[in-house]
Design a protein around this ligand. Structure first.
Ligand SMILES: *[C@@H]1O[C@H](CO)[C@@H](O)[C@H](O)[C@H]1NC(C)=O
Ligand SMILES: *[C@@H]1O[C@H](CO)[C@@H](O)[C@H](O)[C@H]1NC(C)=O
Ligand SMILES: *[C@@H]1O[C@H](CO)[C@@H](O)[C@H](O)[C@H]1NC(C)=O
Ligand SMILES: *[C@@H]1O[C@H](CO)[C@@H](O)[C@H](O)[C@H]1NC(C)=O
Ligand SMILES: *[C@@H]1O[C@H](CO)[C@@H](O)[C@H](O)[C@H]1NC(C)=O
Ligand SMILES: *[C@@H]1O[C@H](CO)[C@@H](O)[C@H](O)[C@H]1NC(C)=O
Ligand SMILES: *[C@@H]1O[C@H](CO)[C@@H](O)[C@H](O)[C@H]1NC(C)=O
Ligand SMILES: *[C@@H]1O[C@H](CO)[C@@H](O)[C@H](O)[C@H]1NC(C)=O
Ligand SMILES: *[C@@H]1O[C@H](CO)[C@@H](O)[C@H](O)[C@H]1NC(C)=O
Ligand SMILES: *[C@@H]1O[C@H](CO)[C@@H](O)[C@H](O)[C@H]1NC(C)=O
Length: 872
């Protein structure tokens, strides 16, 4: 019984590891411990997004309560791990204990994650301390219930045990959401960790706006946060960027984007302020040139920290990563400015792809000798000791020494256990053989328990043992000769009930024997239940992983080779359309129709836009934005594969000779398009400006659902100010924001302007620009002139023949005119546009329904009169 209970969790873990290995042979999470705190005890799962296998925290702690964050905080973009947590209303200090198999001497990344999510319904953000073993790590504070916070260090283990402890400092109940441990390979961060541990200050991936890059892209599951730096141009490539796994290089996904100053002569300036003015920083900078340089071009720069020369001149390699880092802590300063300046000879501005900042953190206190600690953990589990304070390291910190334990502290040696008092703790069974390993012990008190069996001989081999108290147990047989000899010599004081004096009541009577038999029967039952459970868990794990794999295959965005594209398009046999950058062909993948846009020639401009579009579409998904099926990025053939849109573009449906769209259909289409644009402006961080909203870029699927397409000109830009000086004006005449034209300032409001023009086109059926004898008239001027006349029928497309709700039409016209206002600040936002268009649609639908009702009413009246002629 005892044995099995002790092994159960290990068996289950083992079973899972095994199945994971079988199914996921390519994954290497062998150096990972991934704990999702607060999930169902002993449960496990593979995260849908990261493919990391998480286990419950029950095997790593035996105190605390489990909770879920409130569902209102559990939005789609919240990591599964932080939706559950374990809180610690009891005890000042509660510790998780992890024993990574690779053991001490190795370098680990240790990450603790926290999100409050009002799990206790109190709406009070707690504040508490987290310790690594005996040493203070950090204070956890929150800015909001919904904002997760992480703490991460790179740390060399000096003990086989890692303890992550949460300490109540009287400002709220401590809790934790997840713990992640990652073994780092070889020499990663080695030079820096010789000074101490590295506390993560910041780790950023420049030039991208979207998702955090982590496992599986990063083998070590470092989290690379996206960052767009102000006043920069963003560079990215789809070509391979070489990285070295042995060095500290980021993964390719991180290296394939970068920032460079907007103006060729400017420098890159990165500023930060330390959390604590005494912090000592280590920097890791990662560079790769991801533009293809011409023969006469040179990118060369120097790097300065706080105006002091740091390294250079230096030229990043072509599509290959170079990492430079601090070999010792940087000079302490109140604030830091990293300046990257191009050299005189350089024809190109500097570039940077990624940056890591760490501060030096010392964890000076030594943990208990590993062999001693192992004995205590073994005793704790063998006798199932429910001792609240047996948590964390046994001897340290001294104020939290385990109850019943005496330690010897010596500045030069690790703390050792010198006394152990387990008197009256209800121990039963034999003496744990591990006690033989407590080689420094001088006092051992096991009195008044229900220990049985013989007194083991190994006790006589404990050279420092002076006091041994065994009385009040059910031992049988004589005292081993070795012990007796020590007693006789006077070097050991022994207290023991010999059999003649022992209490008859404590010997085996019938009742206890029966009881013991009963226990024995339970063993196989428990074992088989455990076994079934194990099988079940493995089964579920296999099923979950399989399911995900199937799912993953279907939707995974894919890079196609040119020959695959040839076969998809049946050698480019059906042309769907031709645009500025190339030709669009019809294609079929499996039994799904697709559209394939091939880049014509290889103009640099076209290539940039091609890369921009793929880069964007890989990351944004919305039902009103065209979705990417795949792309082809062979040397001389570049193409993008989209979902197929059966009904072509909106412009073609508005043209003279097409079957016309009714008012409701028109409203529905612009409403869809507005939703897509709203998502780009308000659902993406930072917002994305489409820059080329017009009828031909709004595509319609088989059910006339509209989706925005053509993101080649789109730009993501840093938030807040919301303006971006663009180097080249791009867009379509007539749709282009005049403000943007004159000032070159690009904002979301530029899209709102274009959307307004589109709306006018849809309402009136006119084109954006009308050429009149010797004048060019913009549609907004045209509508403005007609507005003065006050007759909506003169404004709305005559093809509709007055078949529309008047209020709905007025509202749409007013909205469109507000969108094309000259001053960007008075134009509505896309949120506002969506709301107004919805109202228009509701009004029009109500009119149609009323009309339909009237019609059906009339019809049934007719029918009634036909079949049931009323006597008149
Ligand atoms: C994983 O994805 C599936 C299907 O998308 C979903 O049903 C399941 O709840 C997800 N699991 C987790 C843990 O998020
Ligand atoms: C929390 O708020 C403080 C003060 O407003 C700010 O200094 C700090 O950066 C914020 N922390 C986070 C994680 O947002
Ligand atoms: C960006 O440029 C503007 C205008 O030149 C300047 O005011 C601002 O400080 C710059 N921002 C940063 C972070 O350098
Ligand atoms: C950049 O610097 C070079 C040399 O210092 C100078 O010739 C050139 O005019 C500068 N260009 C701009 C745009 O300032
Ligand atoms: C800053 O760090 C020093 C040394 O690590 C510490 O003594 C001090 O309390 C810290 N100050 C703050 C404000 O955290
Ligand atoms: C970097 O170059 C800028 C001008 O290009 C100059 O103002 C600045 O002083 C330089 N910084 C350093 C640290 O040399
Ligand atoms: C600039 O290039 C010339 C010619 O290659 C070289 O002689 C000179 O040393 C370079 N100057 C600097 C500052 O690197
Ligand atoms: C620490 O241990 C060493 C070696 O066991 C011993 O020589 C030394 O005297 C001890 N120091 C203290 C302060 O106990
Ligand atoms: C005693 O310690 C050694 C070395 O740490 C270990 O190999 C052995 O298994 C331990 N013995 C017991 C009985 O735990
Ligand atoms: C231990 O022995 C005492 C006295 O024989 C008995 O009352 C008690 O129930 C036993 N405890 C356990 C846990 O077996």
């Amino acid at each position: 019984m005892k044995l099995f209970q002790g092994c159960l969790p290990i068996l289950i873990l083992f079973g899972l590891v095994l199945t994971s290995v079988l199914v996921h042979a390519q994954d290497d999470q062998s150096g990972f411990i991934s704990i999702d705190c607060g999930i169902v005890e002993r449960s496990t799962y593979t995260d849908n997004v990261t493919k990391i296998n998480y286990v419950s925290d029950a095997d790593f702690i035996d105190s605390g309560e489990i909770h879920n964050i409130l569902s209102i905080y559990n939005s789609f973009d919240v990591d599964t791990q932080i939706t559950t947590l374990r809180s610690f209303p009891q005890n000042t200090r509660n510790c998780y204990t992890l024993k990574p198999t690779q053991g001490k001497g190795n370098r680990y990344l240790i990450r603790a994650r926290f999100m409050y999510g009002d799990y206790d319904f109190k709406g009070q953000l707690p504040e508490f301390d987290v310790y690594l073993g005996p040493d203070y790590w950090d204070t956890i504070r929150f800015n909001s219930s919904s904002k997760p916070t992480n703490r991460e260090i790179i740390h060399v283990l000096s003990s086989d045990y890692i303890h992550v402890c949460l300490v109540n400092t009287g400002r709220g109940t401590p809790f934790i959401s997840a713990i992640e441990l990652r073994l780092l390979a070889g020499d990663m961060y080695k030079e820096s960790t010789e000074f101490g541990s590295l506390y993560l200050f910041s780790r950023v991936n420049f030039g991208t706006a979207f998702t955090t890059v982590r496992y599986e892209a990063d083998k070590y599951d470092r989290l690379w946060s996206p960052l767009l730096w102000p006043n920069s141009t963003y560079l990215y490539t789809l070509d391979k960027v070489y990285t070295s796994l042995s060095a500290n290089d980021p993964p390719e996904e991180v290296m394939s984007s970068a920032i460079t100053p907007e103006y060729p002569n400017a420098s890159i300036n990165i500023n930060w302020s330390p959390h604590n003015s005494t912090d000592k920083f280590f920097m890791y900078m990662h560079f790769a040139d991801i533009e293809i340089l011409k023969r006469n071009q040179l990118r060369e720069f120097n790097i300065y920290l706080n105006g002091n020369y740091w390294i250079g001149p230096f030229s990043p390699f072509n599509h290959s990563t170079v990492t430079t880092y601090s070999t010792e802590p940087e000079t302490v300063a109140p604030t830091y400015t990293l300046t990257i300046n191009k050299t005189k000879n350089s024809t190109l501005p500097p570039i940077i792809n990624a940056l890591e900042l760490y501060t030096l953190k010392q964890f000076p206190q030594k943990q208990t000798d590993d062999q001693d600690a192992a004995v205590l953990w073994s005793i704790k589990s063998t006798y199932k000791l429910n001792t609240k304070n047996w948590q964390g390291d046994p001897c340290t910190p001294p104020e939290f020494v385990w109850e019943g334990i005496g330690c010897n502290y010596n500045d030069t040696e690790l703390p050792r256990i010198v006394s152990l008092n387990l008197s009256s703790r209800g121990l039963n069974g034999g003496i744990d053989p591990g006690v033989a390993n407590l080689t420094m012990i001088h006092t051992l008190d096991l009195s008044n328990n229900n220990l049985t069996g013989t007194v083991p001989n190994f006790l006589s081999e404990l050279n420092f043992l002076k006091v041994l108290v065994l009385k009040g147990n059910d031992f049988v047989g004589p005292i081993p000769a070795g012990l007796q000899a020590k007693v006789d010599k006077g070097s050991l004081s022994l207290s023991f009930d010999d059999e003649s004096t022992s209490d008859p009541a404590s010997s085996c009577d019938k009742n206890t024997c029966k009881n013991k038999k009963g226990n024995k029967i339970i063993v196989p039952v428990t074992a088989s239940v455990a076994f079934l459970f194990l099988i079940l868990i493995s089964f579920i794990a296999v099923w979950m992983i399989k399911k995900q794999n199937e799912h993953g295959l279907d939707i995974r965005k894919k890079q196609y080779t040119y020959s695959e594209v040839q076969s998809i398009t049946d050698n480019f046999s059906v042309v769907l359309g031709r645009g500025g950058f190339g030709t669009v062909y019809h294609g079929i993948i499996g039994d799904t129709q697709v559209a394939v846009k091939m880049l014509s020639g290889s103009s640099l401009q076209g290539d940039k836009e091609f890369q921009a579009e793929i880069y964007l579409l890989l990351d944004i998904h919305h039902k009103n934005l065209i979705s990417l099926v795949g792309y082809c990025n062979d040397e001389s053939h570049k193409g993008i594969i989209y979902e197929f849109m059966a009904n072509g573009n909106l412009a073609s449906h508005l043209s003279e000779n097409s079957s016309f769209l009714n008012w409701e259909e028109r409203l529905q289409i612009v409403c869809d398009a507005a939703h897509g644009l709203e998502y780009m402006h308000h659902g993406c961080k930072p917002p994305i400006v489409h820059r080329d909203i017009k009828g031909t870029n709004i595509l319609l699927n088989e059910s006339f659902q509209a989706k925005l397409a053509d993101f080649g000109l789109s730009k993501a830009f840093p938030t807040e100010g919301g303006t971006h000086i663009s180097t080249a004006v791009a867009g379509t005449p007539g749709y282009l924001d005049p403000e943007y034209y004159t000032s070159n300032r690009l904002t979301e409001k530029s899209d709102v302007y274009s959307f307004g023009v589109l709306l006018l086109v849809v309402i009136t059926g006119h084109s954006a620009i009308t050429k009149n004898e010797n004048d060019i008239i913009h549609i907004s001027r045209l509508v403005n002139l007609k507005l003065a006349e006050g007759d909506i029928n003169n404004i709305v497309d005559p093809k509709l023949q007055g078949n529309f709700d008047i209020n709905s039409a007025w509202k749409a016209v007013e909205l469109a005119m507000a969108c094309v206002a000259h001053t960007p600040s008075i134009r509505p936002t896309m949120n506002g546009v969506v709301m107004e268009l919805n109202d228009c649609l509701v009004a029009e639908r109500a009119r149609r329904e009323n009309k339909a009702k009237k019609l059906t009413g009339l019809m049934s009246l007719n029918l009634e009169s036909a079949y049931d002629p009323t006597p008149i």
